[in-house]
Design a protein around this ligand. Sequence first.
Ligand SMILES: Nc1ncnc2c1ncn2[C@@H]1O[C@H](COP(=O)(O)OP(=O)(O)O)[C@@H](O)[C@H]1O
Ligand SMILES: [Mg+2]
Length: 277
Amino acid sequence: MNVLLFGNYKGGCSKTVNSVIMSNLLAEDYKVLFIDLDSQMNGTEMLTKKMEDTEKRQLSTKNIHQAIKQEDILENIVEVNENLDLVPGHEKINTFERVMTEKKIYDNQYLFFKYFIEQLKTERDYDFVILDMSPSKSALNIAVMATATHHIVTTTSEKLSVEMIDTYMNDIKAIQNKSPFESELLGISVTMTDPYNAGKNMLQAMTDKYSNLLFDTVLKRKTQINHYTMYGFPNRKQNGELYAKDSVMLRLHKDLRDEILARLGNVTSSQAGDTND
Ligand SMILES: Nc1ncnc2c1ncn2[C@@H]1O[C@H](COP(=O)(O)OP(=O)(O)O)[C@@H](O)[C@H]1O
Ligand SMILES: [Mg+2]
């Protein structure tokens, strides 16, 4: 089970949008679980906006805050699409440190979510778990980062987002040194917000500095992608036609997905054989 984190402490650099899109694109061939660990819950919004109201009601009782309190992730999973499940976000996830103190988990609270992964490994057959983090350096996010098996550092081509990369990658290294679990920095993914000179110069500087760590695919800003935050991501199960149209528009995201799969090596699907029936 690969646990992917599109991460950066900076906000607004497409972490959530890329996590939502990548979850859906991976779910075309694999079984995927999206865990929303951001109190702003934009990922949950995008993935559930097109759900029926009756299905949406589950979100008040099943979510990440309940999972933390109950120490049980399995009871807090909601199906949102074919091959794609969600642990919905909750604003109270910000009380993570307090809950850890109440539970008397002091020393290794940063490994708390690893326990969830162990539950999932035994009880479910997900090929991918995608974590969505909030934009800040916090005890919660260190725990989120320590849960990932593969890190995809996510940035725009803007100065403030790029400058945060080194701080973020140093913290990944510190976690790798301290944690008993292995993880790998898979690469750096760039979304260009500025296609003009400043953005291009920044991309060149990143290529010089990080060379092979950068994914070849550079994502672009598209109005249709921005609309996902307002109208939700098209549901493949309920509206296959709309999904198919968007799937063409998401050509670059598919290229990135393929690069990620290539860097991961041969990921066999637990769904193999039943996706094209
Ligand atoms: N490729 C893209 N094209 C257009 N808008 C995008 C794209 N990626 C992200 N956005 C928009 O940029 C804003 C920040 O994206 P988001 O994924 O929420 O960032 P983060 O999770 O890093 O804070 C959102 O309004 C989102 O709709
Ligand atoms: Mg986000």
